[in-house]
Design a protein around this ligand. Structure first.
Ligand SMILES: Cc1ncc(COP(=O)(O)O)c(C=O)c1O
Length: 322
């Protein structure tokens, strides 16, 4: 921010999102849930943070040169963040995405100047349900494009900048805004926000309990058999047991959420709190309520609302009778 209190570019508008206590949903319950409105970032998701961090770290280390193309696979949000950061900095960006993700995302990235390459889903996969197999196909294509174009791969599953964005910014904001928490639970895709936030919280206070959230039937990190890889929770739950960014010592427990509970909680966030967020926000809230009901009774729990409900207008999340 300049002294005149305006941003020099959209990059300065990333982060410092508001936090809202979910006072209506938790009325009558013992404890509190604090939700961080990550959908108020410029690309309507928490992934703007990691896009800025990964690109600026690559510039600083010399792995990304002026004029070089940037490539990444995305379920839409990281791609949108990268499209914004690349537009502001003048890089060409190629987003590689599964056809199983909602098309709002592809359209938004295209509008932001990105080249969007859609990859067909694996046989048996369904639109709106991106599985680990689908993701493997997208990964192959992203590698191929990176090689062909001599591009910089903004690899969110591998690069520490992903977790560092949340360690340096998201988690300290949560601590300042909440005045202190007892627990944090987070629906995992790459594991970046869990890893960065949990590391920061544990360093401040090892008593803060950090839980990962996975879809029921795809709880690979919890060590469960994967029986339902095709869940509805877009943005994560890829049933990958060993994510490079996640240090298992940071995990105090694993929680599982059904499609039905996640959808119901996303709808309750909208109707009861006026917070219009996506599937994973519903999953995070469902998990937080499990904790308040059991091991964290009376506790203060922080969650992220990772992205906007606007990204799912074409899905059954909002196709409900009034
Ligand atoms: C909507 C949404 N929620 C949750 C996640 C998972 O976040 P992370 O990759 O930090 O684990 C993602 C990741 O793409 C996402 O897009």
């Amino acid at each position: 921010m300049s002294a005149l209190n305006h941003c020099k570019s959209v990059l300065d508008a990333i982060g410092n999102t508001p936090m809202v206590e979910l006072a209506r949903i938790t009325r009558g319950l013992d404890g509190a849930v604090f939700a961080k409105l990550e959908y108020l970032n410029p690309g309507y998701s928490k992934k703007d943070r990691i896009a800025r961090q990964i690109i600026e770290e690559a510039e600083a280390s010399g792995t990304l040169h002026p004029g070089q193309t940037v490539v990444e696979l995305t379920s839409g949000n990281t791609g949108t963040g990268l499209a914004i950061v690349c537009a502001a900095k003048g890089y060409h960006f190629v987003a590689v995405m599964s056809r199983g993700n909602s098309m709002e995302r592809a359209r938004m990235m295209t509008a932001l100047g990105a080249e969007v390459l859609l990859v067909d889903q694996a046989p048996g996969s369904r639109p709106g349900q991106v599985s680990g197999h689908d993701l493997a196909l997208v990964e192959d294509r992203a590698r191929q494009i990176t090689r062909e174009r001599g591009a910089f791969r903004a690899d969110q599953f591998q690069l520490a900048g992903n977790a560092r964005a949340h360690y340096q910014h998201t988690a300290p904001e949560i601590m300042r805004q909440s005045g202190g928490i007892d627990a944090f639970c987070d629906f995992v895709g790459s594991g970046g926000s869990f890893a960065g936030c949990a590391r920061y919280f544990k360093e401040r206070d090892p008593a803060i309990q950090c839980y990962i959230v996975e879809p029921e039937g795809a709880a690979a990190i919890a060590g469960e058999a994967v029986t339902r890889p095709n869940h509805k929770l877009q943005g994560g739950g890829y049933a990958i047991s060993d994510l490079p960014l996640i240090d298992r010592q940071l995990i105090d427990g694993c929680l599982q959420v059904s499609d039905e509970d996640a959808l119901e909680m996303a709808r309750r966030l909208a109707r009861e709190e006026g917070l219009f967020a996506g599937f994973s926000s519903g999953a995070n809230l469902a998990a937080a309520l499990q904790l308040l009901d059991r091991e964290l009774r009376g506790g203060r729990i922080a969650i992220l609302l990772p992205d906007s409900g606007l990204k799912y207008l074409s899905t059954d999340l909002w196709l409900v009778s009034s």
